[in-house]
Design a protein around this ligand. Sequence first.
Ligand code: HEC
Length: 143
Amino acid sequence: MSRPRTSQTQRGLQAVLTSTFLLVGPTHLTAGPAQDAVIAALAAEAGVSGFSAQTGKAFFQASHSGGKPETPSCTTCHTSDPLAAGRTRVGKPIEPMAVSLSPNRFTDPEKLAKWFRRNCNSVLGRECTTTEQGDVLTYLSSL
Ligand code: HEC
């Protein structure tokens, strides 16, 4: 009786699944599959194997120039604590950014693109790069 041999394709698939797991697995433990998929898509677009939560944190917490003077930082509205609720310029509450508290965060690509465009233009006077987006989402999905 001969044992079935692992085919080339199966081995290829295993390699892809393993590397996908390594890419999105240990970096953001609180994220669910939807956030993982969004981050993996950004990584593919940027042509990188993963993002840095630390770089994302620095970017999110920093004061930037180039945008509107009244919104120098992501923390202007989201506060410096992603576990806390934020506030818009007109005082409307914003749910915490941390995925552990707001599990639906970053699961709707259209919403994500819309707000990245708007917020990055307010804060930086330009759109955020794919890498900046990936780093920020990796950071916020790890909390
Ligand atoms: C002028 C206020 C303001 C500033 C400044 C701001 N945001 Fe936001 N942001 C909002 C609002 C309002 C929403 C939409 C409401 C919500 O998602 O709860 C939002 C939503 C988002 C979302 C989408 C969240 C999701 O659930 O998909 C991301 C990502 C985001 N912001 C990132 C950033 C980053 C990164 C910066 C800094 C470059 C930033 N924001 C600066 C107000 C702001």
